[in-house]
Design a protein around this ligand. Sequence first.
Ligand SMILES: *Cc1c(COP(=O)(O)O)cnc(C)c1O
Ligand SMILES: [Zn+2]
Length: 424
Amino acid sequence: MTYELRCRECGKSWGNQPRSICEDCFSPLEVGYDYAAVHSVLTRERIAQRPPNMWRYAELLPLPADYTPHLPVGFTPLLSAPQLAKHLGANRLCIKNDAVCLPTLSFKDRVVAVALAQARSFGFDTVACSSTGNLANSVAAQAAREGFKAWIFIPADLEPAKILGTQVYGAKLVRIAGSYDQVNRLCSQIADERPWGFVNVNLRPYYAEGSKTVGFEIAEQLGWRLPDNVVVPMAGGSLITKIKKAFDELIQLGLVDPKPVKFFGAQATGCSPISTAVKAGNADIEPQRPATIARSLAIGNPADGHYAIKAITNSGGWAEDVSDAEVVESIQLLAESEGIFTETAGGVTVGCARKLYQEGRISPEETTVLCITGNGLKTTDALAGQYVAEEAIAPKMSVFDKYLESVLDSAIQSRQNAGATVEA
Ligand SMILES: *Cc1c(COP(=O)(O)O)cnc(C)c1O
Ligand SMILES: [Zn+2]
């Protein structure tokens, strides 16, 4: 085995087992690798010859020795975003588009893929999770494909599309009358009692490693170069720390040239324990009670909050947060400028990026990657009331001509009413 669990604080090695906390010092466990062994086999050329999915970085993932993946997860597009760049006052802007990650249209497919590989090798026949929505979809779908039974625990008031998008795969869905943080606490208790593989509880160290593939792909898609800045939405705070770990590993293995990268964290103001701590200069978070439409990010007591703060501040980055109204505007801005429909978490990323450029914390000439982590079709309720359905017209040319005239007239009129203001 070229990897094992190690305590992040005391360094004690725990081998490989379904466990997320060090029993000696109660700190989180992290997967460590034998990088010398990886270095001797992993080259850019070898990676390039493999299929375009996250398994091309297998040597840097904690996978069982005989593991054969079934699903082509990841390797989502890295797109240049010239129109959005104009709106933000940026010059070199890219979007990592996990709104189209397969199989369930969010970056959570990456973490679940790794967790289920380990669930099988640990002998679990049932997998489970506590979820703010996307994880639920991904565990349910991949459990169906891999032949696991699945138990999914969610706050009762999640978006309908995320509930349906879990049930359709035949998973057992348990709706809890409480917040995500309460759901998560319950799951920790259940994990102690039952022989279930909870992907984000007892399998968490393995699960979290899947997020590194976002970082590997960004570097490879930039031509094996690191960006200057990344803007990452934060819930539990794991993804942002794992993109950093990915970049550090690529440097260590000589796959990219060393270069400082600034990490910028994005949250919704209604649930902003990490950005609040960064702004206040605190090393630890103070838990919050979430109140935001960005449900996928609504974790008031983030498990990796402390480490996210550290990654951000040590890199010279920053954290921002935006109101729900800004989330909606930013979803619309990304859709209208780049043709990408993201969920509320993506609105948080774009809205925070806009602020970071305005504040001068990101310089326009630097290469900046925005992480769009989920798909807008799952959170259409966030746009309720934004678009009125026009009255239907008869299928006749004459009626259409009249209709067009009235539409153009009212457009002219509203422009006149708005005075000579510039186009927004
Ligand atoms: C879970 C999630 C995140 C944040 O992930 P963490 O690793 O918990 O910080 C970001 N975006 C979306 C869409 C998510 O579902
Ligand atoms: Zn320890």
